[in-house]
Design a protein. Structure first.
Length: 260
DNA sequence: ATGACATAGTGTCTATGA
């Protein structure tokens, strides 16, 4: 079974590229981020024509996440992260969770937190804390789990071409990196790092400053596996070529192949 | 190398992304 994650940067505008990729790679489960459309505007019919059922948590203009499953309807287990006592409701559509073929799959789009410092960075850290709290409760169940999405954190300086232009960027700050390490310490396996421990591939290349042709990338999209799923991992990778096609998203999809 | 790009809606400009 193949589970993929792809920040599409606008699912309506990106539909031709998304469909071409689905058609070629045929993932069984796909976590999409940055839909930038309402749940009603999501292109269900076009994806259904390719054999995919969709669970959608949309929002006008910004954010938005969805889970696609080939040939089956995903069973929703959660929409939005649980709130701590007194915490205000989250109006941003960034978390969706579903049961698929015996695995609970969480699709997430963590806030980018720029500019740093500031209220958006504070929101990022609060969101990350909420995610870690929920992830801890999930992994404690021992159930097969996958957390996939755009975490908006570059885990280490080895996960970026150069830190020079990014020193003041929210993606590289010590606090989100510490939150990332705390999350992994719960027992999650970083699938891409597991597959490529020395040179872990990038998943994002900015549109600006010729960064794609220069391979000036960042690793900010991640797939995390709980222990029972980690045991089943056969392979993981990044479909890097999709970043180079006409009208590409600034992210490339990543995926993990699991034994049945 | 803080953007020379790309996105969607409020729309020929603004806010946002990372």
């Amino acid at each position: 079974m193949r589970i993929a994650s792809y920040n599409v940067n606008g699912v309506v505008n990106r539909l031709p590229q998304l469909c071409a990729w689905l058609d070629v790679t045929q993932p069984d489960v796909v976590c999409l981020q940055e839909l930038k459309c309402t749940t009603a505007a999501f292109p269900r019919r076009e994806l259904k024509a390719l054999g995919y059922e969709a669970l959608v948590h949309g929002q006008a203009t910004w954010n938005g996440v969805a889970i696609l499953v080939r040939g089956a309807v995903p069973l929703e287990t959660r929409r939005g992260l649980p709130l701590a006592k007194g915490e205000p409701a989250d109006t941003q559509s960034r978390y969706l969770e579903a049961a698929v073929n015996g695995i609970v799959v969480a699709c997430l789009y963590l806030p980018n937190g720029n500019p740093w410092p500031g209220p958006k960075f504070d929101y990022k850290l609060a969101w990350f804390k909420r995610l870690n709290r929920h992830a801890a409760s999930l992994i404690k169940t021992g159930h097969p789990l996958v957390l996939a999405g755009d975490f908006n954190v570059v885990p280490t300086d080895a996960d970026i071409y150069s830190t020079a232009s990014w020193k003041d960027n929210a993606l590289l700050q010590p606090e989100p990196r510490a939150a990332w390490r705390a999350l992994l310490k719960q027992g999650w396996t970083d699938a891409l790092k597991q597959q490529f421990p020395d040179k872990t591939p990038y998943t994002f290349w900015s549109y600006l400053r010729n960064r794609w042709p220069r391979d000036a990338g960042l690793r900010i999209d991640h797939v995390l596996l709980s222990p029972p799923v980690s045991k089943r991992m056969m392979e993981a990778g990044v479909d890097k070529a999709l970043r180079g096609i006409e009208g590409a998203s600034d992210h490339a999809p990543l995926w993990v192949e699991l034994a049945d």
